[in-house]
Ligand binder design. Structure first.
Ligand code: SF4
Length: 326
């Protein structure tokens, strides 16, 4: 571990001042401390923001939901409003990490967590994300768990968050506060595909803080849920996952929200699957036909070709479950 200084922000102004001067924000610390131990991250100053008033879950006037950046994963998962209105969010959180980690980790930290690519965490390996221009060891290495969607010639790492997949499906937005004031970024623009700058992972500017994640109101009744496929049933990252929300009225699907995880360099929305569902009566045939679009544009690697079919099957199964035809 490298030497660093540590300061606790008493209020938002103090946090922003420290962030503007190059301090790194820390709350639960469940990812950042690991990365510091492994010397992948070497911040000079840590700014503890755990005392800021960002720990509320509130229903908006329009009937949407705001989850404060410092709400823990376990608090968000158990919150009655989240469970009732957006069960896909609760399920994604409960299938993440371990109970101990969910008690410590925050919503803001969860969506900011960095990839689990083993080469990224091995400081002796070539990795464009950790050290721009050094190469990508995963391209010709062991890439079974890597991405098949949104990849580039410079990086094929997946984004590891489960709840980010639910947020992407529900078309959430991220509220930010920085030296220049407040702004709101659609979730689809918040996490960045690698392109030729895989070291740039998000839309945050220097010193900006995530304050809340807002989920827009959705038509009721809404059935939603999250399916995670992984090598073992607990404390493991997704090989594939699917977040699905459906609004069915008069026997016809009126709204559909679908995103997938474990396969994209960012949480991956599936507009072609959504379009195939809207305006159609649920049926076994419909789920299968819509899910066929799940891997459109996939570029599998040597060891992860299996993800193409696994992804289609994951989406079909979760459409069937959420659609009420198990
Ligand atoms: Fe680094 Fe990305 Fe390649 Fe992994 S996939 S080694 S994170 S550049």
């Amino acid at each position: 571990m490298y030497p660093f200084s540590f300061t606790k922000a008493a209020n938002t102004r103090e946090a922003l001042n420290a962030g503007r001067s190059g301090g790194r924000y820390i709350a639960g610390g469940t990812t950042l401390v690991d990365l510091m131990r492994e010397t992948v991250e070497r911040p000079g100053t840590l700014v503890d923001i755990s005392g800021l008033p960002l720990g509320e879950v509130t229903v908006t006037e329009r009937g949407g939901l705001r989850i404060g950046a410092l709400v823990s994963m376990s608090e968000a998962a158990a919150h009655p409003t989240v469970r009732t209105l957006y069960s896909v969010v609760s399920e994604a959180l409960e299938l993440s990490a371990s109970a101990q980690l969910r008690n410590m980790a925050t919503i803001g930290g969860n969506i900011m967590q960095r990839t689990r690519c083993t080469y990224f965490r091995d400081v002796t390996a070539d990795c464009n994300k950790r050290e721009p221009g050094s190469g990508c060891a995963a391209l010709r290495g062991h890439n079974r768990t890597h991405a098949i969607l949104g990849t580039s010639d410079d990086c094929v790492a997946t984004h590891p968050s489960d709840v980010a997949v639910a947020f992407a499906a529900l078309e959430a937005s991220v509220h930010l506060l920085g030296p220049d004031g407040e702004r709101r970024v659609p979730f689809s623009d918040f996490l960045l595909k690698p392109g030729d700058t895989p070291n740039r992972e998000h839309a945050l500017k220097q010193g900006e803080l995530i304050t809340t994640v807002e989920i827009p109101p959705l038509p009721r009744p809404l059935r939603s849920g999250y399916l995670k496929v992984r090598d073992r049933q607990s404390y493991e990252f997704a090989l594939t996952s699917a977040a699905v929300a459906l609004h069915v009225r008069g026997g016809v699907i009126r709204e559909a929200r679908v995103a997938v995880g474990g396969v994209g360099t960012v949480p991956w929305k599936l507009p072609a699957v959504e379009q195939a569902l809207i305006g159609v009566r649920p049926s076994d045939r419909l789920w299968a036909e819509a899910a066929r679009h799940a891997a459109d544009g996939a570029r599998p690697l040597q060891h992860n070709r299996f993800k193409v079919e696994l992804l289609q099957r994951t989406v079909e199964r979760q459409l069937r479950v959420v659609g009420g035809m198990k």
